[in-house]
Design a protein around this ligand. Structure first.
Ligand code: FAD
Length: 339
C-alpha cells in the first residue's frame, strides 16, 4: 500500500469554497491538502462559467468567475496547500484518531480532520436520451462551449430553455451560419432580458425557434462522430428534420454525490447534512461546506460557502491543536505570511 501523506486537514474539492477553506485553516496554523478530479482548480466557476461576471462577491461590484478563482488561489498560496488534481477522493475511513482518504489514483492522505467541499459532487451534464448519442459526444455533440469561434459557419442546434441555452443562442447567432433552438415549451425560463433578446433575434431571422418540440433522433456518420441532422418531434408526433453540424444540449447539471454517498454520512435530499453552527457532519471530525452542505434555509451561494469555511476552520482548530487555546484575532493583527 502507498505511504500516506500526513496533513492537518484534507479538503475534498477545489471549488471556490474549498480554496477559501485553505486560507481560513491557514490563518489558524493548519496545513491543507486539496483533492479534485478536475485538472484545474475552481469547481463550477472554472468548469462551467469562467467568463461570466459575478455580482455578489463582497467588495467586488463585478468580477469574472475565472478571475475570482485566480484571486482565491493567490489568497491561499502563502499557506502552501498541496493540490492533488485529476483525481477524486473515493474512500474515507476512520484511522489513527483521524481520517484516511484514498484517491482514484491511489494516493493516500491521513488527516486530523476532513472538509468536504465537493459542490454538486461528481457533477456532469444531463444527457438527452437519444440513440447513438455516445458516438457523437465530444465530436459534434457538446455540453459546454469553450471556444465559440470553432462554431463559426456551422449549423448549430441548441436544445433547452434555461439560461445556458439562451446565452449561447444569443452569442452564436452572430457566429454560426444557422442557429435552431429546440425547447419543449413555447415559454423560455431564463432571465427575462435574455428571453426578450432571443425573441428579437428570432424575429430578425437570426435564430429559428423550434418550439414546443423535443429532441427525437440523431442522423449522421456514427463512425466519424459527425452529425448531419437532428430530428425534433412536436407534441402531436410530427417530426421535423433540421440539417445540422453540431448539437448543444443544455439540460442542466446532474448532482451526483458519487463515492461520497458511501461514506456513512447522514444525508438530506442528496446533500450532506451538517450542524450549521460548525458545519460538522454526522461523522466526528468530518465537516462539509459550500453547495454540498445542507441545513434549514441554506443559500447555495459562494458567499455563504466562504462563511461556512470560517466556521468549519474554527471548529477544527481544537482537533489539530488540542493543547492550544484559540485566542482569536483579526487577520490584520495576526498578518498573513508574506504580506
Ligand atoms: P463547486 O464549485 O461545485 O466545486 C466543488 C469541487 O469538488 C468540484 O471541482 C468537483 O470536481 C470537486 N469534487 C466533487 N466530488 C469530489 C470527490 N469525490 N473528490 C474530490 N473532489 C470532488 N454563485 C454565486 O454566489 N454568484 C453567482 O453569480 C453565481 N452564478 C452561477 C452561474 C452558473 C451558471 C452556475 C452553474 C452557478 C452559479 N453560482 C453562483 C453558484 C456557485 O457556482 C456555487 O455556489 C459554487 O461554485 C459552490 O462552490 P463549491 O466550492 O461549494 O462547489
Amino acid at each position: 500500500p502507498a505511504q500516506p501523506l500526513y496533513s492537518d486537514v484534507a479538503i475534498v474539492g477545489a471549488g471556490p469554497v474549498g480554496l477559501f477553506a485553505v486560507f481560513e485553516c491557514g490563518m489558524l496554523r493548519m496545513r491543507c491538502q486539496v483533492i479534485d478530479p478536475l485538472d484545474v482548480i475552481g469547481g463550477q466557476c472554472a468548469a462551467l462559467y469562467p467568463e461570466k461576471p459575478i455580482f455578489d462577491i463582497p467588495g467586488y461590484p463585478r468580477i469574472g468567475a475565472g478571475e475570482l478563482i485566480e484571486r482565491l488561489r493567490e489568497q491561499a498560496a502563502p499557506f502552501e496547500p498541496g493540490y492533488h488534481l485529476g483525481q477524486s477522493v473515493v474512500g474515507l475511513e476512520r484511522r489513527d484518531e483521524g481520517w484516511r482518504l484514498t484517491t482514484s489514483k491511489g494516493r493516500v492522505i491521513q488527516a486530523k480532520a476532513v472538509i468536504i467541499a465537493a459542490g454538486a459532487g461528481a457533477f456532469g451534464p444531463n444527457r438527452p436520451p437519444l440513440a447513438d448519442l455516445e458516438h457523437y459526444e465530444g465530436r459534434s455533440v457538446f455540453y459546454a462551449v469553450t471556444q465559440p469561434e470553432s462554431l463559426r459557419g456551422k449549423r448549430v442546434v441548441i436544445a433547452g430553455g434555461g439560461d445556458s441555452a439562451l446565452d449561447w443562442s444569443i452569442l452564436l447567432a452572430d457566429i454560426a451560419e444557422k442557429v435552431y433552438v429546440i425547447h419543449r415549451r413555447a415559454k423560455f425560463r431564463g432571465a427575462p432580458e435574455s428571453v426578450a433578446r432571443l425573441h428579437a433575434l428570432a424575429e430578425a431571422g437570426k435564430v429559428e425557434l423550434v418550439v414546443p418540440c423535443q429532441l427525437h433522433r440523431l442522423e449522421g456518420d456514427t463512425a466519424a462522430g459527425q452529425l448531419s441532422a437532428v430530428v425534433a418531434r412536436d407534441l402531436d408526433g410530427q417530426e421535423r428534420r433540421l440539417d445540422a453540424d453540431t448539437l448543444l444540449p443544455f439540460f442542466g447539471l446532474s448532482m451526483n454525490l458519487g463515492p461520497i454517498a458511501e461514506w456513512g454520512l447522514a444525508l438530506h435530499k442528496g446533500q450532506v447534512a451538517v450542524d450549521p453552527t460548525t458545519c460538522e457532519t454526522s461523522l466526528p471530525g468530518v465537516f462539509a461546506i459550500g453547495d454540498i452542505a445542507d441545513y434549514p434555509r441554506k443559500l447555495k451561494l459562494i458567499l455563504t460557502g466562504f462563511a461556512e469555511a470560517a466556521s468549519a476552520a474554527h471548529a477544527i482548530h481544537p482537533l489539530v491543536h488540542p493543547d492550544e487555546e484559540l485566542h482569536w484575532e483579526y487577520s490584520t493583527t495576526k498578518g498573513v505570511p508574506g504580506l
